[in-house]
Design a protein around this ligand. Structure first.
Ligand code: GLN
Length: 194
């Protein structure tokens, strides 16, 4: 059974743990460097990226996570988690940092106040049929993806909402809240083959 951690500083940790457990993973919350070194993959949950960033620094987790990413640890981030995986961020709070790893620029809270939250069906070629029912909650957008980042999904107007680079996957939306298991399954495939 793949051993997978969910970074448990803030955010929808329990929803991720449920999906991963359903898929047969051995799931553990991660708050400390020693817990990080015990897992074969890590999920960065949805929540508030600026809070997770600050807490990760005060818990001494930022550098260990950066090192783990550089060493090839598979990581899947949803929403705030996608922001934390991006090399560059637009509209972060003052001084906000990311772990980085995906060659992309992500705009935080990209959908403004009126369509803060919405749902749509999304074609995701790597997952095949049926389309993914995607829930966006004060979601970020991938404003530009660099050459090393692979685009996994975009809205009808072309705006990018899912990317992958090596062992890293990021989605603007939250499969963990809709019963959609295929992104987590893709992540677990990455964990098994890493
Ligand atoms: N707006 C949040 C942020 O900046 C992300 C929201 C979410 O994770 N649902 O981190």
């Amino acid at each position: 059974r793949p051993r997978v951690g969910v970074l448990a500083l803030q955010g929808d940790v329990r929803e991720h743990a449920r999906v991963l457990t359903d898929l047969g993973a051995d799931v553990t919350p991660v708050r400390r460097p020693a817990e990080l070194s015990d897992v074969d993959g890590l999920v960065l949950p949805g929540g508030e990226s600026s809070v997770i960033d600050k807490l990760s620094r005060s818990f001494g987790m930022q550098q260990p996570i950066r090192d783990a990413i550089a060493a090839g640890l598979p990581v899947y981030g949803t929403c705030a988690g996608l922001i934390l995986l991006a090399d560059r961020i637009v509209d972060g709070i003052a001084g906000q940092q990311t772990f980085g790893g995906i060659d992309a620029t992500v705009r935080r809270n990209a959908f403004g106040s009126q369509v803060d939250s919405f749902e749509t069906d999304l074609d995701v070629p790597v997952l095949g049929e049926p389309p993914v029912h995607a829930v966006f909650i004060r979601a970020p957008l991938v404003e530009s993806a660099g050459e090393r980042a692979e685009i996994l999904a975009a809205l009808d107007d072309g705006r990018i909402v899912a990317v992958r680079q090596g062992n890293l996957i990021g989605t603007s939306f939250h499969p963990e809240v809709t019963g959609e298991h295929r992104f987590h399954a893709l992540f677990l495939d990455t964990v098994r083959s890493a």
